[in-house]
Design a protein. Structure first.
Length: 255
C-alpha cells in the first residue's frame, strides 16, 4: 500500500512542477529572444538505507527549444536581432561570460551598453562603454558600434567597440541557467573555457529589429491541461489507497 501511495504522491508533486514549467513558458511568450523549456517525466529508483524498493516520478528539464523566433521590425537604433545560430555575449551577475538572444539594448546612466534586463553586453575587451553624451548610434551587421558625439559634425562617426558574437557548433553545445542566460556545456561541466567562445566573423545581426520568443502558446496550454489531468489522477490514486487501507483495517478487526 505504501508503494502505491508513494508513487502517486511523488507523481502529483512532479505534475505540479510540470505545470510551473509550462506556466513559465507561457509567461515569456512575448519576451524578446526567449527560448522555451522542454519538460519530461521519468521514473527514478529511490536509494537509501536498506534495499532500494521504491520508485518515484521525476519531472526534469532536459533542454530548451532552440528554434529561432520570428523577427519583428521596430526601427529603433538599439534593437538588434541575431541571425542564424549566433549569440550575443554578455556578462552575468558573477562576472562570467554568458550568451543571450535578447536584442532590445539600452545604455544606462554610466554609459554601459546592456540588455533590457540590465545585463552588460560584451565587446572585444569586456563590457561595452558608450562615451556619453551622444547624438546618434549605429550598429553594423557585424556588431561594430559607431557613435556621433554630441555637438560633432554630421559626418563625424567614431568607432567605439564591436559586439562579441559567438557561434556554437550545435544547439546541444549550450545549456540554460536559472537566470535565463545560456552557457557552454563544456565550460559548465569542466569549468574550463570552451573551444567556440571566441568571437565569430560569420555571425550577422539585423539592426532595427527584434527576435521574439519561440514559445508556442497553444502547445504550452495543451501540455498544461495534460499535467493538470495527470495531477487529478494521482490524487484519485491517493484517495483509492486510503479506501483500500480502511478496508484492510476493517478486515483485521473482523478477524
Amino acid at each position: 500500500m505504501d508503494k502505491l501511495l508513494y508513487v502517486s504522491m511523488s507523481g502529483a508533486k512532479q505534475n505540479l512542477i510540470g505545470v510551473s514549467m509550462n506556466g513559465n513558458n507561457l509567461a515569456n511568450a512575448r519576451t524578446v529572444g526567449f527560448r522555451s523549456d522542454f519538460e519530461q517525466q521519468r521514473s527514478m529508483q529511490a536509494f537509501g538505507e536498506g534495499h532500494p524498493t521504491r520508485v518515484f516520478a521525476m519531472e526534469e528539464r532536459p533542454g530548451s527549444k532552440m528554434a529561432n523566433g520570428s523577427i519583428s521590425t521596430t526601427g529603433r537604433d538599439l534593437d538588434i536581432a541575431v541571425t542564424g545560430h549566433g549569440w550575443l555575449a554578455v556578462q552575468d551577475s558573477q562576472g562570467e561570460e554568458a550568451y543571450t538572444r535578447e536584442g532590445n539594448l539600452q545604455i544606462n546612466q554610466d554609459g554601459i551598453l546592456t540588455t533590457a534586463k540590465g545585463t552588460p553586453i560584451l565587446g572585444e575587451g569586456g563590457p561595452i562603454i558608450i562615451p556619453l553624451p551622444i547624438e546618434k548610434i549605429e550598429i553594423a551587421s557585424d556588431g561594430t558600434i559607431t557613435v556621433r558625439p554630441q555637438g560633432a559634425p554630421a559626418n563625424f562617426l567614431e568607432v567605439v567597440d564591436r559586439i562579441k558574437l559567438i557561434e556554437p557548433p550545435s544547439d546541444d553545445a549550450l545549456t540554460k541557467g536559472n537566470d535565463g542566460l545560456f552557457r557552454s556545456k563544456e565550460s559548465v561541466l569542466s569549468n574550463e573555457l570552451c573551444g567556440f567562445c571566441e568571437a565569430s566573423p560569420n555571425v550577422r545581426i539585423v539592426n532595427g529589429a527584434l527576435e521574439m520568443s519561440n514559445v508556442n502558446p497553444v502547445d504550452e496550454m495543451v501540455q498544461m491541461i495534460s499535467h493538470q489531468r495527470q495531477y487529478e489522477l494521482q490524487v484519485k490514486m491517493m484517495t483509492k489507497a486510503e479506501e483500500i487501507d480502511k478496508s484492510q483495517e476493517q478486515l483485521l478487526r473482523i478477524v
